[in-house]
Write a protein that binds this ligand. Structure first.
Ligand code: AN0
Ligand code: CP
Length: 317
């Protein structure tokens, strides 16, 4: 595997989950693999988990790591070709990318949806330029439409905690004051549809995700109905995808917040969220603090996820 921008690029999910188990038990077994190899992590957006867990994963593999926060100290980058650069942007991505590529062996990129153009976001124009012009393997640390390292960590976590062969997993929208990308739920849906678990997506009307990510899932606008008998509740906010409402917050309906009353509808489900999470918007204090909450082990598995993927990429060098 050279590039990694979608969980669907894993040649064999079951084998990847086995490999993740091995990596978790033997975190320092492959120190030679990354020796004298440099990972560059490029952030166009904020991060806590992705930044730390990916760096830790690379260090476990013996790599050197450099990090660039594009919006803090780098030149402001123009991303569109053909623009007369007489504004506030000092450098073009078309020079910056090959320069960055010349300093490293592998590049991780975080480039969220910008909501200026649905077409540009869904064509992944930023990360695809890194793939095209850097000359190096590129992996997503959440791009405009997917967050595959998160999805892989989520699948690893479900695998660890499931008590039934085919658990019922519910992805539910929950309220949030600001417009968030669809990357996490798109990617989660894509990953869940690679398993044989029962998978239900619940969201208010107007918040249906892009069908290319959800085809094959059960989609309902009734959260209570979806939660009945659930083994895992995966909460996430996302902004609207449909039509001209793309990137808009249509409502902040706190009837969709995950509370202990909502969890009582489930089969003693585990609660999951990728974090960062806004308490008492997405989830109540008591649910996130309950023994059924997996948010901390889920975040810890981000190291395992990143290390398993980086290992595959390093093997391809
Ligand atoms: C981002 C999102 O929803 O995509 C990152 C989540 C991992 N969340 C926020 O910006 C709050
Ligand atoms: N879950 C996740 O990707 O968190 P960060 O945005 O903090 O990296």
């Amino acid at each position: 595997m050279r590039h990694f921008t979608s969980i669907t690029q894993l040649p064999d999910l079951k084998a990847a989950l086995e490999e993740a188990k091995y990596v978790k038990q033997n975190p320092f077994a492959d120190q030679e693999l990354g020796k004298n190899k440099t990972l560059l992590m490029v952030f166009f957006n904020n991060s806590l988990r992705t930044r730390l867990s990916t760096q830790k994963a690379a260090l476990n593999l013996g790599m050197n790591v450099i990090v660039l926060d594009v919006n803090q100290g780098a030149w402001k980058l123009e991303t569109e070709r053909g623009v007369i650069m007489d504004g506030d942007k000092s450098e073009h991505l078309l020079e910056a990318i090959p320069v960055m590529g010349s300093y490293c062996d592998v590049i991780g990129v975080r480039s969220f949806a910008q909501f200026a153009s649905k077409e540009d976001d869904y064509n992944e124009v930023i990360i695809n330029q890194f793939i095209k012009y850097s000359g190096k393997p590129v992996f997503s640390m959440e791009a405009a439409t997917r967050h595959p390292l998160q999805t892989f960590a989520d699948l690893i976590t479900i695998e660890e905690y499931k008590t039934k062969e085919k658990p019922k997993v519910v992805l539910t929208w929950a309220p949030h004051p600001k417009a968030l990308p669809q990357a996490v739920p798109n990617s989660f849906a894509e990953g869940l549809l690679m398993t044989d678990y029962e998978f239900v997506i619940a969201n208010p009307e107007g918040y249906d995700l892009a069908p290319e990510f959800t085809k094959g899932a059960t989609i309902t606008h009734n959260q209570d109905e979806a939660l009945r008998g659930a083994d895992f509740v995966y909460a996430k906010n996302w902004s609207a995808y449909e039509g001209d409402n793309y990137g808009k917050v249509l409502n902040q309906d706190r009837n969709w917040t995950i509370t202990s009353e909502k969890m009582a509808l489930t089969d003693n489900a585990f609660f999951m969220h990728c974090l960062p999470v806004r308490r008492n918007m997405i989830v109540s204090d008591d649910v996130i603090e309950s023994p059924q909450s997996l948010v901390i082990p889920e975040a810890a598995n981000r190291v395992v996820s990143a290390q398993t993927i980086l290992k595959e990429i390093l093997k391809s060098l």
